[in-house]
Design a protein around this ligand. Structure first.
Ligand SMILES: [Fe+2]
Length: 389
């Protein structure tokens, strides 16, 4: 007989303590479920070792949300004889999220590191392109060569519908040591912004290399924070003063900022006192963002798995600012490692961003399996309703 006790910390959030009682079992897996069983195509959110007393405790951290369609938790416990026992347990409370009326879906990809084998990158672009546009936070190719960018252009043409805009910024791997021969990163950026203009979108090009594109009531902003030599820094002057002016002058439901490196103050992986920022002018950029509201800051670079316990999305509720470090299309890293972790927790991801005024839903999906990543699901509902149904 398996039992599960759940103590949540915040309405609608998944954080809290999950205590499994499964006498005679070695371990138990936990999946979001409905009364019929686990939700189709979602990964497990925990694998819990069971002690000799038959008890296993999982503390969920990182600010993830419970999927809308989940009403139960499915548990599968396994004994040393490999016998499995299963149970479907109702959630202790339900806080139904209102539907995202009028939401726009954007696909987000980062750290594609395209070199030779285009399978995973092609799948990732196709999955990200099912919405109204594709955003990329850099490291699109691995060595910044014209050949790699040519391969990437072909993939974009093959895997994205012609009416889907794609917008990108440079990562440190997009700008190699070699001088730019005119068919590297900046040629691709120009091509993508041209494509957006041909699709009828308003494009603002700044001489600093930063850009902004209007997509419905979303303001998409690109900052190029990579320099040749694989360094992360704002190469050309003027991007940050331009950003401050642009945020002041532009009204939008969300300002979606693409920047390859995450900010030091909003990265759970760098929390020790002497940790270095990822790029120059980290503090200046942070101050500019905090002087404004309704910002979704999207970064890559770290290749940290969406499954990492600390989480990959931080929320500044007072300012409606979300900081998203979006994993990697390539194999990701789990820090710290857990006792039990399946391989699928590191197989790479894209994100779907469902955005409506004041609200956002973020869903990580694996290009390899097509599954939604349970630990990569976040929901920001603006004003919180803390009464259960
Ligand atoms: Fe990278």
């Amino acid at each position: 007989m398996i039992r599960l006790q759940v103590q949540w910390e915040r309405p609608g959030g998944a954080d809290g303590l999950y205590t499994v009682h499964a006498a005679g079992s070695l371990m138990a897996g936990l999946w979001w479920a409905d009364d019929a069983g686990p939700l189709a195509d979602w990964t497990a959110f925990a694998f819990v070792p069971i002690d000799p007393a038959g008890r296993g405790v999982f503390r969920f951290t990182g600010g993830r949300a419970v999927p809308r369609e989940a009403t139960h938790i499915f548990i599968r416990a396994v004994t040393p004889d490999m016998a499995a026992e299963e149970a479907v347990v109702p959630l202790p409370d339900r806080w139904p999220a209102p539907p995202m009326e009028g939401a726009v879906r954007l696909g987000f990809v980062t750290d594609l590191h395209l070199s030779g084998k285009p399978w995973q990158v092609g799948r990732a672009l196709a999955m990200a392109g099912t919405g109204g546009g594709v955003l990329c936070a850099g490291d699109m190719v691995n060595d910044g060569t014209p050949e790699q960018f040519a391969l990437l252009r072909r993939l974009i043409e093959d895997r994205l519908r012609p009416e889907t805009p794609m917008l990108a910024v440079a990562g440190n791997h997009d700008l190699p040591l070699l001088p730019d021969t005119g068919d590297g990163y900046y040629a691709l950026q120009e091509r993508l912004l041209d494509r957006a203009e041909r699709l009828g979108l308003a494009v603002e090009w700044d001489p600093s290399g930063a850009w902004a594109v209007r997509l419905g009531d979303m303001d998409i902003i690109g900052l190029n924070a990579a320099q040749p030599g694989r360094r992360l820094a704002f190469q050309r002057q003027g991007q940050l003063p331009w950003l401050d002016r642009h945020l002041t002058d532009t009204a939008a439901a969300w300002h979606v900022v693409l920047c390859h490196g995450p900010l030091l103050a909003h990265n759970p992986q760098r929390r020790r006192p002497n940790d270095m920022p990822y790029f120059s002018r980290d503090g200046q950029l942070q101050d500019i963002l905090e002087a404004h509201r309704n910002i979704l800051f999207l970064s890559g670079h770290t290749h940290i798995s969406m499954n990492c316990p600390a989480g990959c999305v931080e929320v500044d509720r007072g300012r409606n600012i979300l900081y998203v470090n979006g994993g990697s299309v390539r194999t990701t890293t789990l820090k710290p490692e857990e006792t039990l972790q399946p391989k699928e927790w590191t197989e790479g991801n894209i994100l779907w961003l469902d955005l409506a005024p004041g609200r956002a839903e973020i869903t990580a999906v694996s290009p390899a399996s097509g599954k939604r990543i349970a630990r990569g699901y976040y929901r920001f509902d603006g004003e919180e309703d803390d009464k259960p149904e």
